[in-house]
Write a protein that binds this ligand. Structure first.
Ligand SMILES: [Zn+2]
Ligand SMILES: [Zn+2]
Length: 156
């Protein structure tokens, strides 16, 4: 790549050298520097070293809590912000476990929350809930068991 140096830049570079001034500073003052203004991190305000970034290296990662085990892991901010409603997981195992426990989203045939809420409100077991809601008893049983496991442990 060939770069054409404007005679002005060469001139002021020379002046800067002669007077032991910072070349870029001199050029910037004359409006000859093609650098864009300092890029400051949108989050912490620190100067960003790399081009084309909105956040500094440290801020590009943000801590998120794994939806399954609660462990805090770092994720790329851009990825997290792209889908703010998306759940974060520390690894594939946790993701798989979580999917398994809550039933696959979109493929869930029955409204689990409704079954669970009705169970809590009425105290009905799987047999009566099955009749009340028109859901197969084995399914209700599975839903109740899963939701029971997911309930925060009140003992500790
Ligand atoms: Zn930052
Ligand atoms: Zn996890």
């Amino acid at each position: 790549m060939s770069s054409v140096v404007s005679p002005c830049i060469a001139y002021y570079s020379l002046l800067a050298a002669i007077f032991a001034k910072d070349r870029d500073e001199v050029l910037a003052r004359k409006g000859l520097l093609r650098y864009e203004p300092k890029r400051l991190c949108r989050s912490c305000g620190q100067e960003i070293a790399e081009r084309g970034k909105v956040y500094c290296a440290a801020c590009r990662l943000i801590p998120v809590a794994c939806e399954n085990c609660g462990q805090v892991v770092e994720r790329r901010r851009a990825d997290v912000l792209k889908k703010p409603s998306q759940h974060q997981f520390c690894d594939h195992l946790c993701h798989g476990q979580w999917l398994h426990q809550r039933g696959l989203p979109g493929r869930r045939k029955w409204n689990w929350e409704k079954v669970w809420a009705t169970h809590l409100a009425t105290g009905y077991g799987d047999v009566r809930l099955s009749r009340l809601l028109g859901i197969p008893q084995s399914t209700v049983f599975k839903i109740l068991r899963t939701m029971e496991e997911r309930r925060p442990n009140s003992h500790d």
